[in-house]
Design a protein around this ligand. Structure first.
Ligand SMILES: Cc1cc2nc3c(=O)[nH]c(=O)nc-3n(C[C@H](O)[C@H](O)[C@H](O)COP(=O)(O)O)c2cc1C
Length: 254
């Protein structure tokens, strides 16, 4: 992996892990104090677990969706580092169907924001990565089932990318609500390459607070599914969303 900082990547990561463990929580940010809230989200178990777990815990604590970006640019070297992390995700039969289209052009970013049901923050980021599934890489090996695997593989790759974004001191949002055909046309995708996510990336201009998470006891079913654990009546009562649209309020905000 290219490393413009002049150290080899393994020692860089080891140094980062050491720094994360040694540093006070408020200094975890690599770029700003915007993530100061992260200390509140870190696990009290952190000092009792292995260093690898601590590093993951710290990284996960700092990851939140970011929808406001400063005007500062994101370099090609940064994007290459993000994608080189993403491509390490597991894929069905190691078919590696995940690929990313990098968009810097302002007109295309605006059009992508429009295709994403008018989510204007998409165009406010200096770069947008469109995560794509090269379906034939999976269906060639697994037939029809491969289409599902390809989408899962792209989701895994995108998750790693979102974590790498945090490590870079950047912010991003995984946007799944968009009109597929419009996005595909804007970035010239062939018919068997499906857009899975539109991911605006930039320097964060907001520090979202930690999310409230469901209790582990409510999401861990033992031996068999238990309706008693996960009734979620409000979610179940909601009508199925239109294809490509997510009904959540925050997805429509600008
Ligand atoms: C499949 C998927 C689709 C999403 N689509 C959108 C979207 O269209 N617009 C948006 O603003 N956020 C979108 N998000 C981001 C989620 O709203 C966000 O991850 C969630 O609220 C949890 O917040 P967190 O990432 O900060 O933990 C999407 C996330 C996922 C996993």
């Amino acid at each position: 992996m290219r490393n413009p900082r002049g150290t080899d990547p393994i020692s860089r990561r080891a140094a980062l892990a050491t720094a994360l463990l040694a540093a006070p929580a408020w200094s975890w940010s690599s770029s700003s104090s915007a993530w100061a809230w992260a200390n509140a989200a870190s696990s009290p178990r952190a000092d009792r677990t292995s260093s690898a777990t601590c590093t993951l815990d710290a990284l996960l604590s700092r990851r939140r969706v970011v929808r406001r970006f400063s005007a500062e640019d994101v370099s090609d070297a940064q994007i290459e580092r993000l994608v080189s992390v993403a491509k390490r995700a597991p894929s069905a039969g190691h078919t590696q169907p995940a690929a990313f289209v990098l968009v810097r052009d302002r007109a295309t970013r605006l059009a992508l924001a429009e295709a994403a049901l008018g989510q204007s923050f998409v165009a406010e980021a200096p770069v947008v990565l469109v995560a794509c599934a090269d379906l034939d890489r999976s269906t060639g090996k697994y037939g029809e089932r491969g289409e599902q695997y390809a989408l899962i593989d792209v989701a895994f790759a995108s998750m790693l990318l979102l974590l790498a974004v945090v490590e870079e001191g950047l912010g991003a949002c995984f946007v799944g609500a968009f009109r597929d055909g419009e996005v595909a046309q804007l970035i010239g995708l062939p018919p068997r390459v499906q857009p899975v996510a539109v991911i605006p990336i930039g320097h964060p201009a907001e520090a979202p607070r930690p999310q409230r998470l469901r209790k582990t006891s409510a999401v861990l079913h033992r031996e068999r599914w238990s309706d008693r654990l996960s009734p979620a009546p409000r979610l179940r009562a909601r009508a199925a969303p239109a294809r490509g649209a997510l009904p959540s309020r925050d997805h429509a905000r600008s």
